[in-house]
Ligand binder design. Structure first.
Ligand code: HEC
Ligand code: HEC
Length: 479
């Protein structure tokens, strides 16, 4: 497969702007096959998280760097946050409704999500419908092209899209020519043109995260857009970044795979607004939504493993886990702890590309620091990876920051890691025994010999006997 970092901004593909992408198109389009699968519900019920886990667990391994806890704005309302994620215009440039509705593919029930209001209920889950300050109705991108995924026939808001490809649900306008036919007024044309020009800017660095490419066009203080980029936002990042599940944010002090998202999480969660924000007044308006969105993210509970678990085996696994894994990943259950450790790349041994070439390059980090966002939060890239919380880990394959390992079994036993594996990500392709994606599915191959996609490192399971590895695998399914 071609280096998929070139996918640039996932959700921009549907409007037909060409993105370089070695793998073909969309997620598998099967109808709900779930009859024979156990179901579970993504809990969006608020659970106050004032009691964050203690950091007093097993002693941290030598060389690990603790990421300190920092003050967070916790006065948000989770229910309002969910409502905002799936209805509001925190990204405020999009396709005028006239053109979008004219070109939209028919919405299938499987691409609907709960809580959609007004016209939001008419479109697929990866767009919201909002009215901008000029009173124009727009279908705008939302977070869910990347932060929603289907597992066992059910769509989960907050589960990372595992496909490393644009999610192209039904209820989307994918045909640019049709959109253009549907537009009615010169101001709608102008709006659409502005939207497409921002997409070109977002795609200009060819990496998944367009933050730097877009920030380069803005005055950091006033956020005013100019057509000329102020700095070169390119980075040597290769491979791709696997999308983490949202329910981890309640435990993490540093967001992102390398822990660089320091300070107030709200300042990071709202950074996608560099795509569209018009000025500081709009940023302030969006920020109030993100205080609620941050509360919603903290309220999400991971789904429970929906298949049988051998409890006795899992209890044995817990003992081995506490000894071998908990020093980095923390403890779970009644005696919960999470140490928030950054592990230097040499120590964990997984692919170094992201740690060495983070998606915001030095110029983008400097822009962030002097910007609106930088008054709230800090970007501090470091040469390592966070040992993430393992809550709900069974649901989040493929594993590691680059998604290079398809099952938990193979995370624990490096000898079982396939060097090339097929990633159909068909939603019924889940392997309950190995806890991850069955590698037998069709679809493009994930080739771990490509730059950025290595499946090496993290060999900590080698310290265990094969019986212990089986037991730890069973234990991980209980988290
Ligand atoms: C283009 C795809 C895409 C979109 C759209 C997107 N994200 Fe993300 N998000 C990612 C990826 C990829 C990462 C991991 C980046 C990394 O670790 O370097 C991430 C990471 C995060 C994290 C950090 C999680 C952690 O465990 O460290 C949060 C929080 C987050 N996103 C929130 C949001 C919100 C809120 C939105 C909508 C406003 C959004 N994202 C839109 C792809 C996306
Ligand atoms: C020295 C610290 C350390 C130890 C010990 C350790 N891990 Fe990890 N683990 C990490 C780091 C760092 C990552 C992230 C690596 C990356 O993304 O490249 C990770 C990632 C993982 C992941 C994948 C997470 C994801 O979302 O993709 C799993 C699963 C995991 N570890 C399980 C274990 C188990 C089971 C053990 C014990 C056998 C263990 N780890 C021991 C540091 C550690």
């Amino acid at each position: 497969m071609k280096n998929s970092a070139e996918n640039a901004w996932y959700f921009l593909a549907p409007i037909g702007i060409s993105i370089a992408c070695g793998a073909s198109g969309s997620l598998p389009e099967t109808d709900d096959p779930s009859a024979s699968f156990p179901h579970f519900d993504a809990s969006i019920s608020p659970s106050p998280t004032s009691s964050s886990p203690s950091t007093e667990g097993p002693e941290a391994p030598a060389g690990a760097i603790p990421i300190p806890k920092e003050a967070q704005r916790t006065n948000g309302d989770p229910a309002r946050g969910y409502r905002a994620v799936v209805n509001e215009g925190y990204i405020s440039l999009g396709i005028p409704w006239s053109g979008f509705s004219f070109a939209m593919t028919p919405l299938k029930a499987r691409d609907s999500i709960p809580g959609r209001e007004g016209k939001n209920a008419l479109v697929g889950y990866a767009n919201n419908v909002m009215t901008n300050r000029q009173g124009m109705e727009l279908a705008v991108p939302n977070c869910l092209a990347c932060h929603a995924a289907r597992l066992n026939g059910k769509l989960f808001v907050g589960l990372g899209n595992p496909a490393h490809l644009p999610a192209i649900p039904s209820g989307l306008a994918t045909n640019q020519a049709l959109v253009t036919i549907g537009l009615r007024t010169p101001s709608e044309f102008a709006e659409y043109q502005e939207y497409t020009s921002r997409i070109l800017a977002a795609n200009s660095t060819g990496i998944l995260f367009p933050f730097g490419a877009l920030a380069a066009h803005r005055d950091p203080q006033t956020l005013a857009w100019s057509s000329i980029a102020r700095f070169d936002a390119h980075t040597n990042l290769q491979g791709w970044v696997d999308v983490p599940p949202w329910w981890r944010t309640k435990k993490k002090n540093g967001l992102y795979a390398n822990g660089m998202g320091r300070g107030d999480h709200v300042g990071h969660m709202m950074n996608m607004s560099v795509f569209s924000v018009q000025d500081v007044a709009e940023a302030e308006h969006i920020e109030t939504m993100f205080v609620d969105i941050a509360a919603y993210l903290r309220s999400i509970e991971p789904p429970k493993f929906p298949y049988d678990i051998n409890k006795e085996l899992a209890a044995q696994g817990e003992k081995a886990f506490i000894h071998t894994c908990a020093p980095c990943h923390g403890t779970y259950g009644s005696n919960e702890s999470y140490p928030n450790l950054l592990i230097p790349v040499e120590m964990v041994g997984t692919d170094p590309s992201l740690a060495e070439n983070p998606w915001p390059n030095a110029d983008a980090v400097a822009w962030f620091k002097s910007s609106y966002y930088g008054k709230r939060a800090r970007l501090e890239p470091a040469r390592g990876y966070v040992a993430p919380p393992l809550d709900g880990i069974w649901a989040t394959a493929p594993f590691f920051h680059n998604g290079s390992v398809p099952t938990l079994e193979a995370v624990i036993d490096p000898s079982k890691r396939p060097s090339s594996w097929s990633m159909s990500f068909d939603e019924t392709n889940f392997d309950p025994r190995a806890a991850g994606w069955s590698t037998a599915g069709g679809g493009p191959a994930y080739d771990t010999t490509q730059p950025g996609l290595s499946n090496q490192g993290h060999k900590f399971g080698e310290a265990l006997s094969s019986d212990e590895r089986l037991a730890v695998l069973e234990y991980l399914k209980t988290l």
